[in-house]
Design a binder for this molecule. Structure first.
Ligand code: ADP
Length: 269
């Protein structure tokens, strides 16, 4: 029975994800229509969790690649390797996803080398093909294949922005730090600390986020708030947990750190 009231396949055991808006229906529509998706937003605000959740919900395998400045097209596509004296072709994660009809998630895609974007172009238009120069193959993406990429527009690096010719091939969803009414239940659920005790941590996080661009390059992520709450739940004194999870990771500058600790005192008294 496939009535409208039936939960989607996979939704029940998908990893916990609390939506901030209409990202679930938008992603689902993109998947149904073979459209690639770009997730924009700061680090640690739920992009990866969202993709993991959606892959389970849509019942698709997921291949995640954390991009870095040495990552080349060959790392994604595959290469010839020597195995037991023989040279064999080994698919990379993108090729595997294209063959299987899986979701391929390129996390922080702008970090990767330039030749990566060239590979993405024929995959992100209606051809949906992956040409493999080394083997002479041209693979058509299996049904269900979806390309998802993320990037953080916050890092002000002119050399590392997505070119319009690439970004205009993706539907784009903007992620921001969740509103307190979302972040409190997320942190409580992830850490096991009560919502009452999570509240001041989220208040502090938002005060720290207000400093972005002045003293801090990047605001404190939900991930770090979850870390602080986890340490507190496990018995670490609140002040110490905040220091190691929400202050030290943000800056190395002693003056800035002192300013941040003043904010802690202002929130926790
Ligand atoms: P990103 O990929 O944006 O860097 P992640 O998806 O890894 O960030 O998120 C970091 C952590 O924050 C997750 O492991 C999860 O604990 C938590 N988180 C953030 N937003 C949500 C959300 N909306 N629902 C559930 N967990 C979330």
């Amino acid at each position: 029975m496939d009535g409208p009231l039936q939960p989607e396949k996979g939704a029940a055991d998908a990893p916990f994800y609390l939506p901030q808006g209409d990202e679930i229906p938008v992603f689902t529509a993109a998947h149904e229509n073979d459209l690639p998706v770009l997730l924009k937003g700061p680090t640690g605000c739920g992009k990866t969790r969202f993709v993991t959740h959606m892959a389970a919900r849509l019942d698709r395998p997921l291949h995640t690649v954390a991009c870095h400045d040495d990552l080349s097209a060959a790392d994604l596509i595959g290469r010839y390797l020597l195995k037991g004296g023989e040279t064999v072709w080994v698919d990379g994660p993108l090729t595997r996803a294209v063959r299987e009809g899986a979701i391929c998630y390129l996390d922080e895609v702008v970090e990767a080398r330039k030749d990566v974007t060239v590979v993405l172009h024929p995959l992100t238009d209606d051809r949906r093909i992956l040409p493999i120069d080394r083997t002479g193959e041209e693979i058509e993406a299996a049904p269900g294949f979806m390309l998802v990429a993320s990037y953080n527009p916050g890092y002000q690096n002119i050399l590392k922005t997505l070119k319009p010719s690439t970004r205009q091939r993706f539907i784009s969803l903007e992620f921001t730090f969740p509103k307190p009414e979302h972040e409190i239940p997320v942190v409580a659920r992830e850490s096991g600390l009560s919502e009452e005790r999570v509240k001041p941590l989220v208040r502090l996080a938002n005060k720290l986020r207000d400093l972005k661009g002045q003293d801090l390059e990047e605001g404190v992520s939900t991930r770090l708030v979850v870390y602080a709450a986890t340490l507190i739940r496990q018995g670490m004194p609140v002040e110490r947990a905040i220091r190691v999870a929400m202050i030290e990771p943000l800056t190395d500058d002693a003056d800035v750190k002192r300013g941040l600790l003043d904010l802690v005192t202002a929130v926790f008294g």
